[in-house]
Design a protein around this ligand. Structure first.
Ligand SMILES: [Zn+2]
Length: 273
């Protein structure tokens, strides 16, 4: 599943291509992709709207239009492609936005788990998908005070908190493992057991790793390989994710793979406590 750095890479690849383009006819070929409003209203409302820019919040892409915002979550394998009108459709093409200039922005999704919502600009601030999101994982927004407050009294594993999008937006399974290894914290540690000092280290790891991953264009593995956007190179910088069977370069113990928060989880039994 694309996490913040991969979604940011998609945004980056797409924003210059579609900004200031006007949407014409919209075709929906798989209704379940559209969460709201009803398909007919979705299509009708989009007609004539100009794409001002694309922003991102957590793992959500936000297409800022003249009057509306199209909120898109790619989930497992959603991707956008810009094609010349008339290019044959694949069976995985589910939504087609005609653009002025004879091109189409197409949404493809092999697994069909992706979702789109069209909301008015005013509604965006109070939209449920965004109001529960925690701060972005950047220096200026993710404060130690907030993290201490949030993790206090939570019995759940710290990895579950990293994944829940409320402590911090945009972290998924790959980066959670990388962050916890970097911070020297076991993924299954109860959140409430972390000391203030550990939380401070955790915060630094979140900010640094997410920043480095964004700068590298995210991770290109399997299904993101053809996603719009630059091919990311962070897969070469992963230190622990997917490295089961390798030894920790710091202490030379074999990495362990287990399950935490129902997700495959890698950790070093010596460096992480
Ligand atoms: Zn180690």
């Amino acid at each position: 599943m694309p996490e913040l750095p991969e979604v940011e890479s998609v945004r980056n690849g797409l924003v210059d291509l579609v900004s200031e383009r006007t949407i014409g006819k919209v075709t929906v070929r798989w209704d379940n992709i559209i969460k709201e409003p009803k398909i007919e209203l979705f299509q009708k409302s989009l007609e004539g709207q100009t794409i001002e820019t694309i922003r991102r919040r957590g793992k959500f892409l936000l297409f800022i239009l003249t009057d509306y915002v199209l909120i898109s979550h790619l989930r497992m394998e959603g991707k956008f492609r810009l094609e010349v009108e008339g290019t044959p459709l694949t069976k995985h093409t589910h939504v087609i936005f005609s653009l002025n200039g004879g091109q189409e922005l197409r949404y493809l999704d092999v697994r069909k788990f992706g979702k789109m919502s069209l909301v008015s600009k005013k509604e965006l601030l109070t939209h449920p998908s965004l109001t529960s999101l925690g701060p972005e994982p950047v220096e200026e927004e993710l404060s130690i005070d907030w993290m201490v407050e949030y993790l206090k009294g939570k019995k759940r594993a710290v990895k579950a908190c990293l994944l829940d999008q409320k402590l911090v937006a945009g972290v998924g399974n790959i980066y959670a493992d990388e962050i916890l290894y970097d911070a020297g914290i076991r993924p299954n540690r109860s959140a409430s057991s972390l000391t203030d000092e550990e939380i401070s280290v955790l915060r630094s790891s979140i900010v640094r790793i997410m920043k480095e991953a964004v700068e590298a264009g995210g991770t290109t593995i399997r299904t993101y390989a053809n996603a719009y956007g630059r091919e990311g190179s962070y897969q070469n910088s992963l230190r622990i994710y997917g490295k089961v069977g390798s030894d920790c370069p710091i202490c030379h113990s074999p990495f362990i793979k287990t399950k935490v928060a129902q997700r495959g989880t890698h950790f070093c039994p010596v460096c992480q406590s």
